[in-house]
Design a protein around this ligand. Sequence first.
Ligand SMILES: [Zn+2]
Length: 442
Amino acid sequence: MTASSVSLMTGALFFTVLFSSFKPEPLTILANAETPDKVVSQGTIESEMPVSGEAAGSASAITENASLPAVIENINKDVIMADQDSEKRNPVTEAAVNVEINNTESAFDPSVLSEVYLKIKRPEGAGMAVVTDDYLYRTVSIDIDNANVKTISSNDITRYYNGHEYTGDPEQILLEPYIQAYLSGNDVINDDIQDEYYDASGEQKKKKTKDPLLATRIIAGEDGRLKVSFVLNTVYVPTLYEDNDSYYISLKRPKEVYDKIVVIDAGHGGKDPGSFSFDGKTSEKSVNLKIVNYMKDFFDKQDTVKVYYTRTTDTTTYLKSRTDLANKVDADYLISVHNNAYFTNEVYGSEILYDEKDKSGKSKALAADMLQGVTDVLKSRYRGLNEGSKIYVIHHTRMPSVLMEVGYLTNDKDLALLKNENKLKDCAEAMYNAIMRAVNGN
Ligand SMILES: [Zn+2]
């Protein structure tokens, strides 16, 4: 991303992008990794980003907004039925709720709305909407049938929060680079952008807004379809309702909805391949992702733990977006899945990094249990626990976190394990079991 595009993205924007054909927005950034001619061997903690000072303040921090009227409209409208079961699905881009319009005379019950919600004026003649949740980017979107891009503006979007009501443009705010990249569809990722953000955000740390809406993007497609994306100040669980005049997106905090929350992070991705096997054919990012998706198969079969994934596809993913997600959903644990590399074939085995500064001891306890489970099922060498508090994803998260290094791509024996789908499933099951034991306190 260029400097000019950064400044372009730096406001409270309502920018409209017109596409000739409508298709689901590329909410995740796909990129083909280049396979290097030579093996990249980077030691035990290959490409985790070094810690540089304290975490920057949240970019959701903007100016105080205390003068809003404390009015919530009395809503008495038609009932809208929502499919609650779909909330339990866990893809990164999540179809949160499918909504049906119920045209009976039943009254719309405003108590179904959370204390925080958005009310969007329904464009003339617009049809049903579907809501999706791109939680890594704190973005909730609705796709509306039979709408027209010219009929929605910032004045049509009202935010209700803590007894306040506000309509109009969001405050000027500096969005994180990973959200700027997401909004622009730009798949460029580099540390310079992150550094710029850290510096620029310093002055904004103490400013806060209560407005849940930070920016909006509107995309028009064929047949009058409209996608309206709302960048929010934190991660919410959205539920969509609608009546004849409006769409309502009820926003609850994850901990209001889910008792136990875990974030699972497939290391690297997209333009960041991580390490490689010596033949260059097996990339770390792909092995990490396979393990995480096998873990997802296990988590999808239970409903006591809500899991947020930093990625479930081959997407370029900022480190800060990973730790922001874990912090903003108030996760009980973060588990980052990686694989290792070394300069020679001789080094092999499984190891795990934990937060030695975690006074609760939960990070170390999970690390010990997880490593034992993984080495048991893989029959891999037990390399032990390592202190990891300086690793980015461990340092910048507020909950117990671990980083599992399953095996060495640069060792023949380990590589054979990592290319064996059944072994990867066994590994995923062992990690799943360790997480469930940790979350359930046994
Ligand atoms: Zn890695």
